[in-house]
Design a protein around this ligand. Structure first.
Ligand SMILES: CC(C)(COP(=O)(O)OP(=O)(O)OC[C@H]1O[C@@H](n2cnc3c(N)ncnc32)[C@H](O)[C@@H]1OP(=O)(O)O)[C@@H](O)C(=O)NCCC(=O)NCCS
Length: 161
């Protein structure tokens, strides 16, 4: 599956966060077309990488950052949620997205209680995001009903910087 054996995936670190924010803010596929903040604050990201339910990964090619994935395990429904996967433009179509999805699924399979481990992972993908839909399909995800991104900011801080 891995087109490039030099791809490696590791846990996200604090020193990745500036790069993650920069890449995240400059990725048009994130835009939800609402007025809510469109990417995560530095504080949220710092907490996320330390959250035992977080699945926060960075992929590197030859030791250089190429892409990231942000997800989390949700305890009540026993669900894994992949919030986003973003690959640097110059590193797309090299198998990095695939490696990140695969590592995330492995991480999710370890989350949850003994005897009741996470067994379901979902994502929201825009219906015009063909590359992501293809990637998900290739990884074995089923593509279900289309929908809308519906959200509300609960207080001014929210996802803002
Ligand atoms: C979607 C995205 C993560 C794919 O990452 P990637 O590293 O380029 O994907 P891979 O090289 O692992 O590709 C795996 C498969 O996905 C599909 N795919 C990836 N890019 C594609 C493209 N531009 N067009 C069509 N299919 C594509 C293909 O099936 C591909 O397999 P193949 O190369 O053998 O044909 C990347 O394009 C990206 O960062 N997009 C912007 C961010 C985004 O849309 N995120 C989703 C919302 S958070």
């Amino acid at each position: 599956m891995n087109k490039d054996n030099s791809i490696s995936v590791r846990l996200m670190r604090k020193d990745d966060l500036e790069w993650v924010t920069d890449l995240g803010q400059n990725t048009p596929e994130f835009k939800t077309e609402t007025s809510a903040a469109q990417f995560f604050s530095a504080e949220t990201l710092r907490n996320w990488i330390n959250d035992p339910n977080g699945v926060t990964l960075v992929a590197e090619i030859d030791g250089r950052k190429a892409g990231f994935l942000l997800g989390c395990y949700i305890t009540g429904p026993n669900d894994g949620y992949i919030k986003c996967t973003v690959i640097e433009n110059v590193h797309r179509r090299k198998g990095v997205g695939r490696e990140l999805q695969s590592s995330a699924l492995e991480e999710f399979s370890q989350k949850g209680l003994e005897g009741h481990k996470c067994d379901h992972v979902f994502s929201l993908v825009k219906d015009d995001d063909g590359p992501m839909l293809n990637l998900k399909r290739e990884m074995g995800f089923e593509i279900g009903a289309k929908g809308y991104y519906v959200e509300i900011m609960l207080h001014p801080k929210g996802k803002e910087f």
